[in-house]
Design a protein around this ligand. Structure first.
Ligand code: DGJ
Length: 716
């Protein structure tokens, strides 16, 4: 009987941090149950807490199953929960139903205000221990993970561990992302109906179609309004995110690692710990994402230093590595203000196109007879740092590595699976393969004192079996990739790593514990980037998202855009250039240097400020901004992404400012005040309160399709 005796009130704790309250019920027969997760409830006395439990208790009946008193953060079938279980697995068909008993909870509060609940339960009959860690971080971000330990001699196979966070019942609309390569982060909405909305990733990475976040909110929620709760899984391998609504009134957002059959088999005393499932709530999506951004900004290291403006040579030269050309490109890059020069794919042995070379991390002696030194030396003379591309987990069959060690590839009895971009995956969990890659990479990083490593990943993990039995290998591969990143950073202090996965296929809080930025998408079309950055920004702050200025005609979509639109788009991110500047005109290079200077002028604000996004009725317009943490200034980008039906296109609000302060509003993008499209306030700058700017707004300029203006507001 799981329902507590009448009169015997279960213990509960009220934890508060970052304007967030978490009320957890802590019983001795159940893992923690969340009674409230959301806005701060203020201080509650013991008796108010007991009354809150009573007030939220379901009517008592004779059915533990239909009238479920509690659904723990690891929901158990044994408790009568008829939805997706929180833990599943067995000892070859036995011990498949786990029943927590003698549950203990330890609650701790740290000096920074964060709080943890560590819970541990036993199932002595099944020889298992299970537990959960719930953490309310100082800024109100919540995270939960589960674990299971085998205490018996017979192995226990873990099928899955999928924690769950409850959301309010009026959050009836779901939002997550769809997408594909070079077209990531397409938002999609649907009703949060009864049943389960399941988003899975089975390619050994979250993928270009990654849900990224799964958000439930009140109908019509936007960036600035509407209560939302959402989750993200901090894991770069196979995974599941689920929105589950049960017939008996539970709304759960859940997520866990997706394990293959036989992938995790626990020997006696071994444990499996699930990745963290992060949860944030907010009044509007800006509020929700601010909690993730603050969290990602914690700590020191290269991530908190000013982000160097990058030139990546990929769309400038592709595989055509010619020293003279690259030297000229480096000169031009330095002239426009670039601070880090990144040599992309094509520099290593046999790599004349994408059919060969992956796995042989030595400089190609034919194309680079003197090594990379002539280029790297000049790059440094020009005052820039140096970056180099690798794809450490991948191998072409046409490589010395694959010829010497065909058995080092992930695969099954049928072989290494279908090629994608002519490549397969190296089993990094194999110590010899790991040591080979680590040594080759490390030698080069030391020889050229590489500052920035672009880490690519262009083949999904298909048929990724490891070892003589070809057991599913995604989990071990993911952990080995993390380890390799850490080992390289440990050996090469100050090294920055960019997570690229054919663009934005691997940008999660798991990999972000090991890298310093992501390549947001292979598509640098500025029109597309407005959407991609906006929605990737639900999770990541601007400085973690690589944003490059491409050539006039976009290489992915074929669209042509003005330099102002391309550069003004890249300013809002970790700015870079990916364009053959040797082919640009003198005036284009000059204009580009003014945009680079603009980015540097506002870099600190862009990379430490709070991201704000306006909800506009006119779908042709988009307003994105950042407001400094002290709210003394802000930088806004007013973009026109279509030719507006309403003409003039109407007003736009500038949100996020201090209501009672006055701000001077002035356009700062090169030439914008003189443009024929300028609105009167752009020619004669105005001073208005934050309240007026966020309630009344300013008239949008007469921008054409794919055009923008950047506006600075500063407290007067
Ligand atoms: C895919 C990446 O996303 C591109 O930026 C580039 O690095 C290519 N791979 C190189 O092969």
């Amino acid at each position: 009987m799981r329902t507590p005796e009448a009169g015997a009130l279960p213990a509960a704790r009220h934890l508060q941090a970052g304007f967030t309250s978490l009320v957890v019920e802590l019983r001795h027969d159940e893992l923690p149950t969340i009674r409230h997760w959301g806005p701060s409830l203020g201080d509650l006395t013991e008796s108010e807490l007991a009354d809150l439990l009573c007030a939220t208790r379901v009517p008592s009946t004779d059915s533990d199953v239909y009238f479920q008193e509690a659904v723990a953060v690891l929901p158990m079938h044994s408790s009568g929960w008829l939805g997706r279980p929180g833990l599943w697995g067995s000892r070859r068909g036995r011990a498949w139903s786990v029943s927590p008993e003698r549950v203990t909870h330890e609650v701790g509060v740290r000096p920074d205000g964060s709080a943890q609940v560590r819970s541990r339960a036993e199932d002595r009959l099944q020889g298992l221990e299970v537990g959960t860690d719930l953490e309310l971080l100082a800024n109100g971000l919540l995270r939960v993970r589960g674990w299971v330990r085998n205490r018996a001699a017979e192995p226990f196979e873990v099928g899955g561990l999928e924690p769950a966070l409850p959301t309010p019942s009026d959050a009836t609309e779901l939002l997550d992302m769809a997408g594909r390569h070079a077209h990531e982060r397409v938002p999609q909405r649907r009703p949060f109906d009864i049943g389960a909305w399941v988003r899975e990733a089975r390619g050994g990475r979250p993928g270009h179609d990654s849900a990224t976040v799964l958000v439930a909110g009140v109908p019509g929620f936007g960036f600035r309004s509407g209560r939302v709760h959402g989750v993200h899984l901090a894991w770069s391998g196979n995974q599941t995110l689920v929105a589950e609504r049960s017939y008996n009134g539970w709304h759960l957002l859940r997520g866990g690692e997706l394990l293959g059959s036989g992938e995790v088999v626990l020997a006696e005393n071994d444990a499996y710990v699930s990745p963290w499932l992060y949860g944030a709530w907010g009044d509007g999506l800006d509020d929700f994402s601010a909690r993730f951004h603050e969290h990602l900004r914690l700590g020191s290291g290269p991530r908190s230093a000013p982000r160097p403006v990058i030139l990546n040579v990929w769309e400038a030269v592709y595989f055509e590595h010619d020293l003279d050309k690259l030297l000229e490109l480096a000169e031009q890059a330095a002239e426009v203000g670039v601070e880090c020069f990144v040599l992309d794919d094509g520099w290593f042995q046999g790599r004349r196109d994408d059919t060969a070379g992956l796995g042989d991390w030595v400089v190609d002696p034919v194309v680079w007879p003197d090594g990379l030194h002539p280029l790297v030396d000049r790059v440094r003379e020009l005052g820039m740092t140096f970056g180099l591309w690798f794809e450490p987990e991948m191998v072409n069959l046409d490589s010395d590595l694959a010829r010497a060690h065909p058995d080092w590839l992930l695969g099954t009895e049928h072989g290494p699976g279908p090629a994608s971009r002519h490549q397969h995956v190296l089993d990094l969990s194999r110590p010899e393969a790991y040591a080979h890659v680590l040594d080759q990479m490390s030698t080069l990083l030391a020889e050229y004192a590489v500052d920035f490593l672009k880490w690519d990943h262009n083949r999904p993990l298909v048929d990724a079996g490891r070892g003589p039995a070809y057991t599913p290998g995604v989990r071990e591969q993911t952990l080995a990739a993390y380890r390799l990143m850490d080992d390289l950073k440990h050996r090469h202090s100050g090294l920055q790593i960019e997570s690229c996965c054919g663009g934005g296929g691997r940008l999660d809080l798991g990999v972000l514990e090991h890298v310093d930025r992501v390549w947001t998408s292979d598509c640098i079309d500025a029109h597309e980037r407005h959407r991609i950055v906006r929605w990737t920004g639900l999770l990541l702050p601007l400085e973690l998202m690589g944003a490059h200025v491409g050539s006039g005609r976009d290489h992915t979509t074929g669209r042509r855009h003005s330099l102002g639109f391309r550069a003004g788009t890249a300013v809002f991110g970790h700015m870079g250039v990916e364009w053959d500047l040797t082919q640009a005109t003198e005036s284009e290079r000059q204009e580009l240097s003014t945009w680079v200077a603009l980015h540097k002028r506002f870099r600190d604000l862009l990379h430490t400020g709070v991201l704000v996004r306006e909800d506009l009725a006119n779908a042709a317009l988009q307003v994105d901004g950042v407001v400094s943490p002290d709210r003394r200034e802000g930088l806004y980008r007013l973009s026109s992404l279509d030719y507006s039906t309403t003409w003039p296109p109407g007003r736009v609000r500038l949100p996020g400012l201090e209501p009672d302060r006055r701000y001077r509003v002035a356009p700062v993008s090169p030439g914008s005040a003189l443009a024929p499209s300028a609105a009167p306030w752009m020619v004669n700058p105005v001073s208005l309160s934050g309240r007026v700017l966020s309630e009344v707004g300013v008239q949008a300029p007469l921008l054409g399709a794919d055009d923008l203006v950047i506006v600075h507001v500063r407290c007067v």
